[in-house]
Structures are given as C-alpha cells and as structure tokens.
Design a protein around this ligand. Structure first.
Ligand code: ADP
Length: 661
C-alpha cells in the first residue's frame, strides 16, 4: 500500500456537500462503541469494516470483534501492525497495512445492515505544539470527519475501503464480491456516480438521514464536556509546571549559602522555566538611589543589560512597588501612562530605559523578608507582541521572590554565624594569650615583688636606701601587673560588646590639652621627647562626636607609645586636619624607632610587641593599639600606622566623626 488520498478526501470528492466535523478521540471511541453495540444487540448480519490506526488500538477492542464475528461473517479489521497483527482469515478478516500508509492517520467504522446503516469516516488533525512536534497520542487528539446514517454515503465509503482491502489481500476478492452483492448493490453505486457526473448540483437529502437531533445533541454534549476537560487539563498542567519550577528553584537556591550564587541560580532557572526574554535580579534597599544589575538571564538575541546602573530613586515604578510591597505588571510599555508620561528629555526617564532595553511587557517584583526590601526581580518581554500578565503569573512570581528572600536571609544568617565563630575563635585566642601572658608577664613581676617583700621582711638590718630600692621595684612591678589586667579587661569588654558609649559633643582641643598634661604628669622627672602641636590650637576646627573617656584613652595610648619608642632627643608632633566632610583626622607622629612596613598592620594585633613581652624594658602590655582600634572603630572611624621603616619614625592616624549641627 502506498501513500494516497485519505478515505475522507475521496468521499468528500463524491459528496462535496458533506460537512466534516471535529471529533475528540474520546467522542470517536464512544461513537464506535455505540455502533458496535448496535451490531451486538441486533439480529442482523451486517457488513462491518473497522480501520484502526495501530494494532494497539485494535487490541483494546479485539474481544468485541470476536463477539461481532459471531453475529456476521462479513467483518474486516484493518490496522498497522506493531507486534503480531497480520493478514489472516480466522474469526474475521484482519488486514495489515504499513505504518506509513495514509490509513495510519485515519479512523473508520462502517456498519451496513439491511435495516440500518452507520458510518464513521475520520482522519486525524495533526496539531503541532510550539516546538513543531506533533502532539503525543492521548485523549486530546482531534479528528475531523463524518458520522452519518446515510446509506449512500456508507456504501460509497465501504466501496472505497473494500477496494483497498482487495488491493492488499487479493485472496479475499471472492468474499468481498459476495459482500458487494449483498450490501452494495451495483446499481446504487452506479446511480451515485452517474448523478455526480451529470450534475454539479447534487441535491441529496443526506441531512435527513443523518443521526437524529437528539443523538446529535448528545454527541455535542460529549464533545463540549471533553473540551472543558482538555481546558482543565491544560490549566492543571500549567499549574503543575509552575509548582515544579518553584520546587526546583527552591531546592537549587537552598543548596547554596552564597547570596550571589543564589540569585544567579534563581534568574537562570526562572528565565529558562518561563521562557521569558529577560529575567534579572539586583540587590537594593528602599532608600537606594541606584543599583547595578548583577544577575541576568537572556533568551536568544536579547541584548544584555548586566552591570548597567538602574535608577531607583528617580524611577516611579520602583517607588510604586515599594509602596505596594508587591509585584507590579505592565502589559504594554508602549501605551502605559506611567511610562509615556515620564519626561522624555531626561536621560533617566522610563521611556529611555524601555527603549534602550526593548521592554514591551514588564513585571517588577520585590524580594522582601518580613517587609524589608532585599532586592528586585524583573521580567522583561521584548516582543514582538505584548503579553498580558495574569493574576496567577503574579502569584507565581511572588512565591519565587518569597523563596529567594528566605534563601538570602538564610545565607546572611550563615555569614553572621561565621563572623560569630571568628569572634569566638578570636576570644579563645585572647584567652589562651592571657594564659601565656599570665605565665610570663605576670609571673615575672610577681616573683620580683615576692623577692623584694621577703628581703624586706627577713633583713631588718637592711639599709634605708636599699629598702627604698626594694620598695620601688615592688611598686613598679605591681603597677605593670595592674596595667596588664586593666588593659585586658578593657579589651575583653570591647570584644564581647559589653561596654557603654557615652557619646558627647566634644572640643578636640580640650581633650588633647588634657591628654598632654596627663602624659607630662606621668613622665614627670623623666626625660621625654619634645611634643609639638601644629596648626591646631589656632585653627577653627569643628566639634566632634565621641565618648570623652575613650577618646582620652586613644590619645593617651598613642602619646605614651610615641614617648616610649622615641629617644629624648626626638620629637613628637600632633596634627589635626579636617579629613572629609564628616571626619577629623588626628595624627601623632614621632621621630622614634619606626616600624617595618610589613608590621604596620600587625602592631594592631593583640599582644604584639616587637621584642616580645619578656625582653621588654620599657613596659607595656601589647594591648594598647588593639584597644585603640576597637575604640576608633566603635565610633565609625579608622586607625592606621605609617612608617618608612626602622629608625624613620612612625605616624599613627585616627579619624573622629564631626558633630554636624
Ligand atoms: P605596647 O603596650 O607594647 O606598647 P601596643 O599595642 O601599644 O603595645 O603596641 C604594640 C607594638 O607596636 C609595640 O610593642 C611596638 O612594637 C609597636 N609600636 C607602637 N607604637 C609605636 C611607635 N610609636 N613607634 C614604634 N613602634 C611602635
């Protein structure tokens, strides 16, 4: 058998006035069963010709055909074999055709008895899905064809099919001849052909012989019911697709604790899943003026806008989303008043943005966590036609942004946890350092004190001068221990966050004067370098905002270090300048022993002392600069050291916030 015209086409050529209808597979199954049941329930011995597209469809009905064959010996079943189906003459005739045959796209059932006739001649309508592939075989398959009780039409259809059967199985010629004589009297067929040849205007009262209106209506109901079912199925499938997408995005983003990775996975999966032209995400806060587009998914041929600056403060849509706290949709950017009314001239105008990014339909969805804006997700459809966003689209995107929000917060919490861990580790390090310091730094002065006091007790004859020396040594070492313990307690309070800030508006000049007089008092009787205060006393410097006690502590520690590490011939200079709009910079520079450039950061570490605590002759705990850094960072400033190296002196700088009235 070769590819030729379908039975329906041939029939319509003979009866051009017949009007094919659309049938779902489910309707055809019901009709076919009804026609077969009529044979099974009746007493006639009709001619039955059934043509199945594939063996598997026939297999579902084989049992019925065996029963039909008990009623009549004129039963012909055609199908494209898949396993065992072949030409054979057992209970009834089976005729196998190639799967490439036109019949494999057709569905026929003809029943011709003496008192009744029914005929179903259909062919499948091939529906291409959006990927250009024919739809899968299921109940939604559609056929077009004719269902009639008209004897002439049925006989003509039977004639066409019997010819096909004879062509394929010549051995059936005589049996088919008998069928023709009994069910298709030659005069009737001739009459039709003659009538067709003689007039173009064939007027048969075919409609009158068609299924009665009641039956017709039942079929229509069946069809309508099935149509609704298809629609419901489609919307269920769409919902399922979206739910799967939400699940896959949620699973993927929860696997990462890296915010950038989370956002990239989200745009990628969402963009692919929705098949949208452009999907982007950027992180932002409600008060931000602008944001950079950090994560983007693009469909083919859509220009990228990654790394572009997105204006937020001047963008009325962004502001609207913030106000609404939910997604905003624009079906057609070309005629949305919020866009068309935006000022054309402005570079940041929405019109420019829409044009530059070829946006036609737009959705902006906020990524929120407990009402706090973490970022924005945007979907851009770039044409050719606008799309109208549906409520379910918004609900779906809201579900996605909620998941992104949770994942971001989770990542943030993890980062905090890591910070906390680091802090704990640092505390642990401090603690073990204290143990080490206690071992070395405390035990040494303690032993000295003990020796001195023992000598004083056991040697009552000791000269008054020596007694004084002993007492001085004991006192000095007691003071060293006190300082170490005090510094350590201060640092622990800062690091554990258990300290109170008493921020006041201060005159830096006064604070500095006080520190200078304190340091001079401390070093009274000892020779210290010359301390100069430049450009400060006369200049009009603004007031600062800081804690008086802690600012004094920073100045005292830096001045003390400068004195300790600079010889008496050297010089210490204090310079204060306005560093920026918001900060003053204080510099304490000395001409002392200097710091190796690679140690400029290390000096701020706890317990760092260049020569090690044990070899220390000038005292100190190694905690001073670490405490200074905690204090300065506490008011939002910075502290750092500069030095050209050993013997080139050092400069310590720190910043203090200006009081802006
Ligand atoms: P310390 O109590 O030992 O002075 P600090 O934390 O104040 O502890 O200082 C840490 C180390 O930084 C000092 O031991 C010293 O080696 C170095 N240092 C601090 N200030 C100066 C300075 N002005 N010149 C040279 N080295 C300094």
């Amino acid at each position: 058998m070769s590819r030729s015209k379908s039975v329906l086409t041939k029939l319509l050529q003979i009866f051009p006035q017949l009007q094919p209808q659309m049938y779902f597979k489910a309707s055809l199954t019901a009709l076919s069963h009804a026609m077969e049941d009529q044979v099974l329930a009746g007493t006639e011995k009709p001619l039955v010709i059934a043509s199945f597209q594939r063996e598997r469809f026939y297999r579902q009905e084989a049992q019925r055909y065996r029963r039909i064959a008990n009623k009549t010996d004129q039963v012909y079943v055609l199908a494209a074999p898949e396993t065992e189906f072949k030409n054979s003459s057992q209970d009834y005739e089976t005729i196998a055709f190639e799967s490439t045959n036109t019949l494999s796209q057709e569905w026929h059932l003809i029943v011709i008895g003496t008192n009744y006739v029914s005929c179903l001649i259909c062919q499948e309508k091939v529906i291409l899905n959006n990927q250009g592939i024919t739809s899968v075989i299921d109940n939604n398959r559609r056929f077009e064809g004719i269902w009639t009780f008209n004897r002439e039409v049925a006989q003509q259809a039977a004639d066409i099919l019997l010819k096909i059967i004879v062509n394929h199985c010549p051995e059936l010629r005589s049996k088919i001849q008998q069928a023709r004589q009994k069910y298709l009297p030659p005069d009737i067929l001739n009459q039709i052909v003659v009538r067709q040849k003689t007039t173009n205007n064939i007027i048969h009262n075919i409609e009158n012989k068609n299924p009665d209106p009641f039956v017709q209506r039942l079929v229509t109901y069946l069809q309508a019911g099935h149509y609704k079912l298809i629609k419901a199925n489609r919307s269920l499938a769409a919902k399922e697709h979206k739910e799967r997408l939400i699940n896959s995005i949620t699973t993927a983003i929860r696997l990462s604790l890296n915010p950038d990775e989370i956002l990239q996975i989200a745009v990628q999966k969402l963009g692919q899943g929705l098949g949208i032209c452009r999907c982007l995400v950027y992180r932002c806060k409600e008060t931000d003026f602008k944001a950079t587009v950090e994560h983007e998914f693009l469909n083919q041929d859509i220009p990228s806008i990654k790394e572009q600056t997105w204006f937020l403060h001047d963008n009325p849509l962004f502001q609207e989303v913030i106000k609404l706290q939910e997604a905003l949709t624009i079906d057609n950017a070309a005629n949305d008043p919020r866009i068309t009314n935006s000022c054309k001239e402005k570079e940041k105008s929405l019109q420019t943005l829409v044009r530059n990014c070829s946006i036609l339909s737009w959705m902006l969805a906020p990524i929120l966590y407990q009402g706090q804006l973490l970022g924005m997700l945007e979907l851009h459809h770039c044409g050719p036609k606008p799309i109208s966003w549906k409520e379910e689209d918004v609900t779906f995107i809201n579900a996605i942004t909620t998941q992104i929000g949770v994942a971001l917060i989770q990542a943030e919490a993890y980062a905090h946890l890591q910070d906390l861990n680091e802090q704990l580790e640092a505390l642990d390090y401090t603690r073990s350092n204290l143990v080490a310091i206690t071992g070395h730094e405390l035990r040494t002065p303690l032993s000295t004190i003990q020796v001195c006091l023992e000598s004083l007790t056991l040697e009552p004859d000791m000269s008054p001068d020596l007694r004084q020396v002993m007492l001085n040594i004991a006192l000095q070492d007691a003071e060293r221990m006190r300082k170490l313990i005090q510094d350590f307690l201060i640092l622990s309070r800062f690091e554990s966050g258990r300290f109170e800030w008493n921020t006041e508006v201060l005159n830096l000049h006064e604070c500095l004067e006080l520190s200078l007089s304190n340091i001079k008092a401390r070093y009274r009787g000892k020779q210290i370098p010359l301390i100069e205060v430049t450009n400060f006393l006369n200049s009009e410097l603004p007031l600062v905002k800081a804690d008086r006690e802690w600012l004094g502590e920073v100045l005292a520690k830096l001045l003390d270090n400068a004195c300790k590490f600079t010889s008496k011939e050297g010089r210490i200079t204090i310079i204060v300048i306005r560093n920026s709009l918001h900060y003053l910079k204080v510099t304490i520079a000395d001409t002392g022993r200097g710091i190796e450039p690679k140690r400029l950061e290390t000096v701020f570490e706890r317990f760092y002392q260049e020569e090690g605590a044990l070899r220390r002759s000038i005292g100190g705990t190694g905690l001073g600069l670490a405490i200074c850094r905690q204090i300065v960072q506490g008011w939002g400033g910075k502290i750092w050291a500069e030095s050209k190296g050993k013997e080139y002196g050092s400069q310590f700088h720190f910043t203090v916030p200006i009081h802006l009235s």
